[in-house]
Design a protein around this ligand. Structure first.
Ligand code: C2E
Ligand code: CA
Ligand code: CA
Ligand code: CA
Length: 279
């Protein structure tokens, strides 16, 4: 048939098989990466510009590969999701972020919340609640110092189960935030269904804030909504003073972005936290 003919052709498409080979090699290496402890977390500060304090950090995974260098998550998270490697990887991220936060607390730093990104597969694991509970317990971290970030697209997979799970996590005292808010299809209904503490305004609305009355209206509407739902709001991707000023005028006082700091290695973020919160 025509169909199989096309498949047949695709199989011999040199570019296609190169991609398959590359992905296969990457997959093998990714397997090793977890075993060989090549994954590392970087941390990006989250700042309240009214109080001037760093109140949280977002953990962002990187892959420190001897041949490829420091690989960004967009290059390997999709593959990790396809292969199921995201599950052990996600558990590693959760545990490492909690341990890091506990270490900072033991050093006597002013406490910060650590935010961890969840993938769709993690959220669909029936034992996610147990995993989070056990991790917090073994590390000795109070649940209120952990925040879990979910995107709308991962909530769409199995909305009822996701809602139940997130409510239970919220009841445990863990914070829940909606990542990339405003970019999906069902944001508004989801505000009622899910127990979000925080809405993270997607960076696409912040990027051209200076020249965009439309983006200003969107953010202003998000601020109004957040008050009605009693949710906090953080703007992502803040890169300059202009954006900071406009956000401040819109009453958005929590921010994250290159203007304050890029995501930092554990050594760098420690220095940052030491200097920033004791200023
Ligand atoms: P995200 O959760 O939306 O994270 C924000 C991304 O924006 C990060 O990219 C961060 O480095 C970048 N960013 C921060 N400030 C600015 C800024 O001012 N301007 C611009 N242009 N970008 C900024 P990163 O670290 O490459 O992560 C990309 C995505 O990978 C994340 O998007 C998240 O969806 C995913 N990801 C990262 N770590 C994990 C993880 O541990 N688990 C899972 N499941 N996903 C992760
Ligand atoms: Ca995030
Ligand atoms: Ca985001
Ligand atoms: Ca994103």
């Amino acid at each position: 048939t025509k169909e199989s003919g096309r498949n047949h052709y695709q199989f011999y498409d040199p570019e296609m098989s190169l991609e398959i080979a590359e992905n296969f090699a990457l997959e093998t290496q990714l397997h090793e990466a977890i075993k060989n402890e090549e994954l590392i977390l970087h941390y990006q500060p989250q700042i309240n510009i009214r109080t001037g304090q760093v109140y949280g950090v977002e953990a962002l995974v990187r892959w420190n590969n001897s041949k490829l260098g420091l690989v960004k998550p967009n290059k390997f998270i999709p593959l990790a999701e396809k292969t199921g490697l995201i599950l052990p990887m996600g558990e590693w991220v959760l545990k490492t972020a909690c341990q890091q936060n506990k270490k900072w607390q033991k050093m006597g730093l002013p406490p910060v919340r650590v935010a961890v990104n969840l993938s769709a597969q993690q959220l669909q694991q029936p034992n996610l609640i147990e995993t989070v509970e056990n991790t917090l317990e073994s590390v000795g971290l109070d649940p209120r110092w952990l925040e879990l970030e979910v995107t709308e697209s991962i909530l769409m997979k199995n909305t009822t189960l996701a809602s139940k799970t997130l409510h239970k996590l919220r009841d445990m005292g863990v914070y829940i935030s909606m990542d990339d808010f405003g970019t999906g299809y069902s944001s508004l209904g989801y505000l009622k269904k899910f127990p979000f503490d925080t809405l993270k305004i997607d960076q696409s609305f912040v990027k051209e804030l200076n020249q965009s009355p439309e983006d200003i209206s969107i953010i202003s509407a998000i601020m109004t909504l957040s008050r009605g739902f009693n949710m906090r709001v953080i703007a992502e991707g803040v890169e300059n003073q202009n954006q900071l000023n406009l956000l401040q005028q819109l009453d958005c006082e929590e921010m994250q972005g290159y203007f304050f700091s890029h995501p930092l290695s554990p050594e760098e973020i420690l220095k940052y936290l030491l200097s920033f919160n004791h200023k």
